[in-house]
Structures are given as structure tokens and as C-alpha cells.
Design a protein around this ligand. Sequence first.
Ligand code: GDP
Ligand code: IMO
Ligand code: MG
Length: 453
Amino acid sequence: MPTATPSTPSSSNVGRGPVPLGSGTAVVGLQWGDEGKGKVIDLLAGSFHAVVRYNGGANAGHSVVINGKRHALHLIPSGAFHPGVRAVIGNGVVLDPDVLFTELDRLADAGVHSLDLLVSDRAHVVLPWHKAEDAAREAGLASGSSGSIGTTRRGIGPAYADKAHRAGAIRVGDLLRPASLREKLARISVGKERVLDALDPSGGVRGSLPSVASLADDLLRTGERLKPFVTDTTYALHDMLARGHGILFEGANATLLDVDHGTFPFVTSSNCSVLGIPAGTGVPGVHLKRVIGVMKAYCTRVGGGPFPTEQDNEAGNRIRERGREYGTTTGRPRRCGWLDLVALRYAVMLNGVTGIALMLLDVLSGFDEIRLCTAYRVGGRMIDRFLPDAETLAEVEPIYEAVTGWKDEIGGCRSRDELPPAARAYVEMIEQATGVPVEIVSVGPDREQTVLG
Ligand code: GDP
Ligand code: IMO
Ligand code: MG
């Protein structure tokens, strides 16, 4: 008889009727990404049994700063620095094995040797042809009139497209079945070569790919290394919930990049809002008790797409330099602008946010005046609704309210009372505009630079 492990369904009453509900908390980005989700997850993770990624892939770049040392995570959940907290990669993730292994090695270098990692056998695998196709499609779009999406070129869109197409997809579970994997790769590669030749008739893109035989060998080695971590994470998570354990869901990318609810087509290819949690983990929404919406004190965006409050000027440059607004994944300079309360209210509504983590407030120190967008003017009318369609959003004119800034640096503040009055008023304005309490104010990248409550 095999021994039941905590992740097998037979070890509890999972699936056998009503069970005590463990509680789920979600941490989700409310803007266009890079809001500081990594820091918030790291702050909270110690009180949870597991941290779970439910969407996206290595397009995410989540920074955790501990004692001044910066760690960037792309696939492994940002709770990794807390011993005993399980790290779960759910079925909704598209997994690039090379990135995962590099990250595991880097964590080991940082002293994290025994990560309790679970990887869904149903997560989809990002393959070299996905990255090649991503780059080739972007190059094609860049030469057209509407411009490129500005993807991270991590193969995210093509990998999710193959998931939807079904026949061209490889899942983590496939890496553990050598004979059928070789057969599938041989079949799929024929179609991939056609697609890549159509995108790049010079043959250069296709020529950069490994042969099917060496890809299969490589993926089988990957499978061997992944094997100890691979499981049915849906059952594993339900088992944890049945035991009353707390689970933290880590959103990657962010609400305004959500494929259904973001600024389409300038979005990523997954449901990054909390709406992606049930599909991306198998855990229904009823378990979600708390949603922490993470936002910057201003807005940034990387890649293309409308950004009504963008400041392509001195104010934007000041935010970029003070906030070190350069991509964690690609190093690209981020576009910067004022806080958009219309977009923020939309994101709060979509996610059912129960509390806000307001990040990077320290970046706004030193501005004489700070602006917030409170409404849009479109076709001569004032509206307070967000317009997620990219072409429509590109037409809006932001209406601003100006508030007085504060001079002092606030990186050393540890309570709301210590913040300058104008900074406190800014926090209260956000609470008033959204109707949601700001539970965390972050005044610097380090764990300690945090104001609670
Ligand atoms: P994520 O993708 O949402 O996890 O965010 P990123 O890690 O891509 O980008 C956020 C950046 O802001 C990182 O460099 C963080 O170290 C940094 N950061 C987080 N909170 C604060 C803060 O309160 N103040 C400052 N100055 N930097 C912060
Ligand atoms: P984190 O989790 C910021 C953006 C890309 C591009 C668009 C599509 O660190 O907040 P993709 O490679 O996903 O097909 O790119 O989405 N994007 C992000 N921007 N932070 C992210 O993740 C992002 N993930 C995707 O810049 O505009
Ligand atoms: Mg990031």
C-alpha cells in the first residue's frame, strides 16, 4: 500500500461533502503591474500554510528585499523566503522550466535549500518555439501601423494560445511520460515550423530552435528534475483547506492587464485579477475571504497601450528615477504618471478588494503638487467609469485634482501618525475614493519600511 502524503485525496475527507473552510487570501495588482506585490506577499506569507501562483509565467518579476538584498522571482511564489511555507505553482501558470531551475539555484545560493515546492501536473510548459513565436509576432506588429504589444517575450501568449488550441500543448505531466512526449513533440514541431516560417520567411527564427530529438532529451531531463515536485495541486490545495490551513494566492501581472477585463489588446494572456484564481487553481471563490489590492501611489506601465495619466515630462522622469522604475524582468524603463482613481475604482470593484496595500508612497516626497485623476472627459461628457477597450480608453482626457505635496523623506516612518499631514491626507483620499481601508502603506523596498493599519 502506498503511504498517503498530505497531497493525496485519500488523506482527508476532501471531496466527500461539506468540509470546514480554510481561508484564502489573495494579493493582486490593481494597476498595470509592478505595484510591489512581491514585497506584500513576503510580508504576509509567514502566516500562511502555502503561497500559490495561479496565472502567468516568467513574464512576472516580483522583488523581495531582505536586509537590503534584492531577490527577483519570476515563477516561484514570493513566500519562498519563509521556512515551512509551501510554494505552489498552480495549473493556470505557464511554466518555463529553465527559468524555474535558475530560480531554484539562485534561491539555494541565497540560503533557501529546502523549498517545499508543489507544481501542478496540469500547468502548461513554455517551449523554445513559444518564445521564438512571441518575438516574431512582436517584430511583425512593430512594423505595422498599430505597433507591438511590448510583451516580455517570455512566450506567454503563444503558450496560452496552445492551451486553447489543445492539440499543440505540452503540460508538466507530459514530461513524465517519455514515449508519448517524443511522439507529441514530433507531431507538434511540424506545425510549429510552418507557423515560424510564415512569420519569418528568412528561416532565421526556425533555425535558432533545437532539433526535436534534443528538445525531447532536454524536456525528459527536466521531467526527472521536476518529478519530486509534481502533483495534482487542486487536491493538494483542497486538502490544505479541509484541514483549516490558510492559503495565500499570489497574482502575477495585474488587473488592467487581465485578458478579459484589462486594456485589450494591450494585455497579457491570462486572467490576472482574482477572477483567475478558481480556474487557475481549482479552488472556488467561496474560499476567498480577503483580497489585498496592491497599488502604487502613482501609475506605471511597461509596453504599449493607453495610459491616460502618463506624464512624458519632468514629473514622469522624477517618478521613474526616484522609484527606480525599470522592469524587473526586462529592464525596460517603465512609463510613469499620476494616480488614476477611475482605473483604481474599477480594479477594486472587479477584485472585490477588502484592503489596500499602498506602495511606493516615499517616491512622491518632494513634489510641490501631486495630481490625481478623478474623472475622464470623453466626447464632451464627464464620466467616472473606466473604459477597458484600448481604442476607447485612448480617447479619454483625464480630469485632475491637485493636492499639496510634502517635502520630507518618509522612508523612516513606521506609523501613520509619523507621516507628514499631506501624505496622510493622500492616503485618506484613496480610502475615500475607493471605500476600502488602506491596510498597508509602504515607504521603501525593505520589509521594515512598512506602515501597518
Ligand atoms: P511586483 O511585480 O508587483 O512584485 O513589483 P516589482 O518587484 O516588479 O516592482 C516594484 C519595485 O518597487 C521593486 O523594485 C520593489 O523593491 C520596489 N518597492 C516595493 N515597495 C516599495 C516602496 O514602498 N518604496 C520604494 N521606493 N520601492 C518599493
Ligand atoms: P508583474 O507580475 C508589468 C505586460 C508586458 C506587456 C503585456 C504583455 O511583475 O507585475 P506578456 O509578456 O505577458 O505577453 O506581455 O503585459 N506585463 C507586465 N507588465 N508587470 C508584469 O508582471 C507584467 N506581465 C506582463 O509589459 O505590455
Ligand atoms: Mg514586477
